[in-house]
Design a protein around this ligand. Structure first.
Ligand code: TYM
Length: 330
């Protein structure tokens, strides 16, 4: 079976709708057809120096949500990145293969550096993509299901794999992105020109998976729509409505064309009401299951230990070869 790997950062107390539609939902589908590895990437979260108690809680909440959306510990290895120490080790080797210039070109780094100020942005933010490449390459991954914001990082992972292979001999598989066009970028409800984002969206612009139904409905009813009153998809002139159409379509399974026909002549109010219902119907059971999973921490930690054990078995094999290729003594 082809292999799939992806990761999500535990940087907030809930995943948001963008994480769910852009990535995590595909993770669930792919566990049936692929050999699947999914990580809560706590080492990546360290780049923004969270409080230890926050990181601990968020890592468990993230893991609980992954099981709650339907990842099955029997079919997929769900694990915490720091439990497989080899990720940090491979990251160093890959850092040594990376040019300053190519790392500095990463747009996500440039955005963060601009936000924190060029010289106060941490070095961890700079080397972040090489750790991500390590996550991917260590499992000899074929496909990486992500949102479009991760595309450049995936290209770097591929370049690093290729470079390593040509310098030291064939060692890594070249990974491919798995990005679904219709959901590759879910936008901020208040600013449809920006992606929905844990770090930069306002609370009104972001919908959390664990949000209360009441709040969730309110946010969707207040989502920015566009001039006019027709419910039609039009990326250029109706970015807000188009985003809501994509959300509805992805969750309900109805096509955008069918939705346009269904809401013809009805205006935005009726449409938003239904979008809210579709979202609530999907999220409410996930929220409930997440709470149940979090109530038994020992069991949750046990499931994560099982996932880590399976991941480690693959990681160890790759790393033995990598060290030898590099000329490190056994
Ligand atoms: P992170 O934690 O920011 O986001 C997790 C996943 O959600 C996707 N995503 C979105 N998709 C559509 N619309 C949005 N508005 C939206 N916002 C987020 C992201 O593309 C991602 O797939 N660097 C990664 C984590 C990572 C990783 C990896 C991913 C670490 N190692 C190895 C894949 C493979 C990140 O920060 O994702």
């Amino acid at each position: 079976r082809p292999r799939v790997l992806s990761g999500i950062q535990p940087t907030a107390d809930s995943f948001h709708l963008g994480n769910y539609l852009g990535a995590v939902r595909q993770w669930v589908a792919l566990q049936d057809t692929h050999d699947a590895f999914y990580a809560v990437v706590d080492l990546h979260a360290l780049t923004v120096t969270p409080k230890p108690e926050d990181l601990r809680r968020r890592t468990r909440v993230a893991a609980a949500q992954l099981f709650a959306v339907g990842l099955d510990p029997e079919r997929a290895a769900v694990f915490v990145q720091s439990h497989v120490r080899e990720h940090s080790e491979l990251a160093w080797y890959l850092i040594c293969q990376t040019g300053m210039g190519e790392a500095a070109r990463m747009t996500q780094f440039k955005d963060k550096a601009a936000k924190y100020g060029e010289s106060s942005a941490g070095v961890g933010l700079f080397t972040y993509p090489m750790l991500m490449a390590a996550d991917i390459l260590i499992y000899q991954t074929d496909q990486v299901p992500v949102g479009v914001d991760q595309k450049q990082h995936l290209e770097l992972s591929r370049d690093l794999a290729q470079r390593f292979n040509s310098r030291y001999g064939p060692t890594f598989k070249l990974p491919n992105p798995y990005i679904l066009k219709e959901v590759e970028k879910i936008t901020d409800l208040q600013d449809p020109s920006a992606k929905m984002s844990k770090s930069s969206s306002s609370p009104q612009g972001i919908i959390d998976l664990l949000e209360e139904p009441g709040k969730l409905r309110k946010k969707i009813m207040r989502a920015v729509t566009d001039t006019g009153s027709e419910v039609i998809a039009d990326e250029e002139n109706k970015a807000g409505v188009t985003n809501l159409l994509r959300i509805h379509s992805a969750l309900s399974g109805m096509s955008i064309a069918d939705l346009e026909a269904r809401f013809a002549g009805q205006g935005y109010g009726a449409f938003k009401k239904e979008v809210a219902e579709v979202v609530v119907d999907t999220f409410a059971p996930i929220r409930e299951r997440t709470e149940k999973l979090l109530a038994d921490e020992a069991e949750l930690d046990r499931l994560l230990a099982v996932g880590a054990e399976r991941a480690r078995a693959v990681a160890r094999e790759t790393m033995a070869q990598v060290r030898d290729r590099l000329g490190l003594l056994p």
